[in-house]
Design a protein around this ligand. Structure first.
Ligand SMILES: [Zn+2]
Length: 247
């Protein structure tokens, strides 16, 4: 082995060592934490630790048509199916993860949950023949404040995995809704029927739309969105949310 070759190998070795040190140092300054339990992630883990992944509270709504999500719309909105992916428990993994998705800019939470959900419901969704995924829209003012729609990464992951169009321009929100606490003081504005509007054309007729949201509580928002979508001639609507919580 030539002398220069040995020197070259030595430098490569130093660079690799340095790269590893830099990564460790970065991990020390900006630790990679699990979005569900806030413990340090192992090198082979991303976004959510294997322990949290193992303990995700699946609803299995996709195996039972008369589930808690479907029941919320009985007599209010005719839906093809209703599914929530996970149970949303107070101080649980799902609450923690959705909080980070919604308020801490962690859009990767939506992507990983969307990937997991796609794997679980692939066959079910294909059988249901869904034409497009429609996110519950944010008012443009809210979108500007948050910078993104919290359900977008989840919806786009499903769209990509199951090859279904993601359409965030069909349904729009006309009214800027205040935060939950302010809302209680002024519920009249929230109850306006025309809060959501569907901007459709003939090419949108005769389709099955899958409305998606982060959490379902009373289902009132989704019901209003669903009603707006059903104004499209010969359309069908279904509901899918990340979390389910009892109202
Ligand atoms: Zn965890």
């Amino acid at each position: 082995m030539g002398y220069f070759y040995q020197i070259k190998l030595f430098y490569i070795f130093i660079i690799i060592k340095f790269d590893k040190m830099l990564k460790n140092l970065l991990n020390l300054i900006y630790p990679r934490l699990c979005v569900g339990c806030n413990t340090l992630l192992l090198t082979n883990e991303t976004t959510i630790c294997s322990k949290c992944l193992h303990h995700l509270p699946y609803t299995y709504h996709w195996k039972n048509h008369k589930n808690d999500t479907t029941k919320k719309f009985e007599g209010l909105l005719p839906i093809e199916f209703g599914i929530s992916f996970l149970y949303f428990q107070k101080e649980g993994i799902v609450q923690e993860a959705i909080h980070k998705l919604k308020y801490k800019g962690k859009q990767e939470v939506g992507t990983i949950l969307g990937d997991l959900m796609s794997a679980e419901i692939k066959e079910f969704i294909i059988n249901q023949k869904v034409d497009a995924i429609i996110p519950v829209p944010l008012h443009p003012k809210r979108l500007k404040e948050r910078g993104y729609n919290q359900v977008e990464s989840f919806g786009k992951a499903i769209s990509k995995n199951l090859n279904i169009t993601y359409n965030d321009s069909l349904l729009i929100r006309n009214v800027y809704t205040k935060t939950q606490t302010q809302k209680n003081k002024d519920s009249r504005q929230y109850n306006k029927e025309n809060i959501f509007e569907c901007k459709f054309q003939e090419s949108d007729y005769n389709k099955h739309y899958l409305l998606i949201d982060d959490i379902i509580t009373t289902g009132a928002t989704l019901e209003k969105c669903g009603k707006a979508i059903l104004k499209i001639p010969n359309s069908k609507v279904s509901i899918l949310t990340i979390g389910y919580t009892q109202s």
